[in-house]
Every structure is written in structure tokens, then in C-alpha cells.
Design a protein around this ligand. Structure first.
Ligand code: MN
Length: 366
């Protein structure tokens, strides 16, 4: 089987072939043209370990109307995407076929944040050790974001230090709220302080809306990617922005997926009302000033040229990184979307790899 067959196999597996299937495959292959294609680093790629999958399955079997557990019950009954969380060989084969050089892996949502605190700490340590071992086996193909248990901020800060200084991981992942609480609370500040001191970003990844705001999301599947994930995660990010924590931690870097969880679209209005109510504000800086200084967004799950164009115009091409959101999104359409995006080649290089190299301290290719 040659590369082209593998590529088309990947496209078929991803359900991406349609009436325009041939053209799509050609788009994916197009930048090769003899030379090595532009380096491609995908930055929000989910992964798991059997112990974590088993723990979440057991949790989901308990009676609860928590929306993450409601979703998870669907997961446990099957679905190839969830098997793909554990299947490194399949992941690498598809990356090879699509010339995806590297994926930045993170433990799939909701990570360790629904486990009891001692279990959560142990699971974060185990997952980080396994992730570091996987990266050691494939150092050019994978980087990783460390898990930590926000339930125990002091232990989290210690694990964050270990993850960077002993395991060589590239940053941190947190799946929005923890027990319906958000990182702006002083309780969690040791985590923000550690990330700033270690000079590694925290990726705030979605989970379903907190129990405290769940009711309107219980119908029509609204709790998940169709609306609830960005409502939950965007709310979390706005709490950080408006709370003033970026005055206290001015060099803290946050990453949001999904083109910024709708915040870019609302940024002008947030600034307007921040200024209208200036005396009441906790932050010294307007939302857009913080968003441009302390946030980087990724394209995960949004293969839309118009949204990408808008975000680059708003934030600058050095604040946007390419991501797939594998295995919840297929790899091939995400590659095609970035290959064909209406951006300059210099911008494409930033989106595909340059920003990820800077943000995650990934060595550039020599
Ligand atoms: Mn994701």
C-alpha cells in the first residue's frame, strides 16, 4: 500500500469522501509537490489510558444527571472514536498518511476532574508518566500536556513542576470547571502561579456545562459540542478575564480551542461594557487587551475559513494554532481546511507549526 492509498483510506475511514472526494484528496496532497510539506503540529489531540477509561466508565454507571456522565454513558456503549483514544498505531498510521508530523496529546475530557481527590492525584501522575513514556518512544511524533487534579491545588502545582522539569511535558490541560468551580477562585491560584512560573500554558478544554448552569442544556443534545461546550468554557475564560487574575499573573498563558470558544466574536461588546462600567471592574485591562496578551486559540473542531480569517484579523496570526480535535474530529478534513485556508504562506507556517513550537517549547526542525 503506498502513501496515496493510505491517504485515501484515511479519508474514507473519516467519512470525508463525497462527490468532491477526489478533489479533497488532491488538496491534502497538494503542498507536497516534490519537497517536504510544511511541518504540521496538531495541538488539541485527545488520548487516554485504559485505567482512565475504566474509571470514567465506572463513574458513568452511577445514578447521576450530571451532563458529563450522561454523555459518557453513550461513550461506554462503543464507538470507534473512543477506541482510537487508546490506539497509538492507528493514530500514527493516519498521521503518516496525511503528513502530520506531530500531535500534542492530552488526556481526554473530563480528565481526572470527576474523581475523588486521592484517586485524581494518582490518575494524573499515572497518565503523565504514560504520556512521557509514549513521547520517549516517539519523540518526533508526540508532545504532551500534563494532567493535574485541580481538586488539590498544592498537589497539582507539585505535579505541574514534575511534569515539566522531570517528564519534559509541554504544558497543562484542564477541562473547564472542577466541582462547579472555576480557576479564578483564589483556592486555585497555586495552579495559575505554577503555570506562570514554569512558563508553560494551561489549555482550558471543554467539558459539559456545570451542574450549576445545566438545566437549559438538558434538551436537544445542547450540552455537548453543538453549544454547551463553548458556553461552559467561554464562561470559564471570561471569569478569568474579568476577575483580575491577569493583573496578579501577567505572564500566565491560556489556550482555548474551538476558535476561542466564541469569545472573539463577543470581544468588542465585552470591551464596550467593560469601559461603560469601568469603576466596577476588577481587572485593570480590558478584555481584548488580556485576550491578545494572555490567550492563544486553536482551530480544533472548526474547519471554517471565514471564522479563521476573522480570528487572524482580530488577534494576529501568532495567536492561532492548528488543531484537529482527534478522535472526535477526523484528521483528513482538518488538514485540508488548513492547507486550503485563505492565509499567506507565512501565516500558514505559524498556524501549522511556528506558534506551537514557541508556545510549547517544541524544537524547530533543523
Ligand atoms: Mn478536544
Amino acid at each position: 500500500m503506498n502513501r496515496r492509498h493510505l491517504l485515501q483510506g484515511g479519508l474514507i475511514a473519516a467519512g470525508a469522501l463525497s462527490a468532491t472526494g477526489t478533489a479533497l484528496a488532491a488538496d491534502v496532497a497538494q503542498p507536497r509537490a516534490g519537497a517536504r510539506p510544511m511541518r504540521r503540529i496538531a495541538t488539541e489531540e485527545a488520548w487516554s489510558i485504559p485505567e482512565h477509561m475504566e474509571a470514567m466508565t465506572a463513574l458513568a454507571q452511577q445514578p447521576s444527571d450530571n451532563l458529563d456522565l450522561v454523555s459518557r454513558r453513550g461513550v461506554t456503549t462503543g464507538g470507534a472514536r473512543y477506541a482510537n483514544l487508546l490506539d497509538t498505531e492507528r493514530r500514527l498510521a493516519e498521521m503518516d498518511a496525511l503528513d502530520i508530523d506531530m500531535q500534542v496529546l492530552s488526556l481526554t475530557s473530563p480528565g481526572v476532574q470527576m474523581l475523588r481527590v486521592d484517586r485524581a492525584n494518582a490518575m494524573a501522575t499515572l497518565a503523565n508518566d504514560r504520556l512521557a513514556a509514549l513521547i520517549a518512544r516517539h519523540p518526533k511524533r508526540f508532545a504532551g500536556l500534563a494532567s493535574f487534579a485541580p481538586q488539590d491545588p498544592a498537589a497539582a502545582a507539585r505535579e505541574m513542576d514534575r511534569a515539566v522539569n522531570q517528564l519534559g511535558l509541554s504544558g497543562f490541560i484542564v477541562n473547564s470547571h472542577t466541582d462547579n468551580r472555576y480557576l479564578d477562585e483564589p483556592f486555585f491560584w497555586p495552579i495559575l502561579e505554577a503555570a506562570e512560573a514554569l512558563q508553560r500554558p494551561i489549555y482550558i478544554h471543554p467539558r459539559a456545562p456545570a451542574d450549576t448552569m445545566a438545566k437549559p442544556f438538558r434538551d436537544y443534545g445542547m450540552h455537548a459540542a453543538i453549544w454547551g461546550f463553548q458556553a461552559e468554557t467561554g464562561t470559564h475564560a471570561m471569569r478569568l478575564i474579568l476577575s483580575g487574575v491577569f493583573d496578579r499573573f501577567p505572564r500566565l498563558q491560556i489556550i482555548l480551542g474551538h476558535m476561542g470558544e466564541s469569545i472573539p466574536y463577543n470581544l468588542w461588546r465585552a470591551d464596550h461594557w467593560f469601559n461603560e462600567r469601568r469603576p466596577d471592574q476588577r481587572s485593570s485591562l480590558a478584555p481584548s487587551a488580556i485576550f491578545r496578551r494572555n490567550f492563544t486559540i486553536t482551530t480544533s473542531g472548526v474547519e471554517d475559513a471565514l471564522t479563521l480569517r476573522y480570528c487572524i484579523d482580530l488577534l494576529g496570526a501568532d495567536r492561532v494554532m492548528w488543531a484537529i480535535d482527534y478522535p472526535y474530529q477526523a484528521m483528513a478534513p482538518a488538514v485540508t481546511a488548513m492547507n486550503t485556508a485563505p492565509v499567506t504562506e507565512a501565516q500558514r507556517a505559524l498556524l501549522f507549526h511556528g506558534n506551537a513550537e514557541r508556545v510549547f517549547h517544541i524544537p524547530p526542525l533543523v
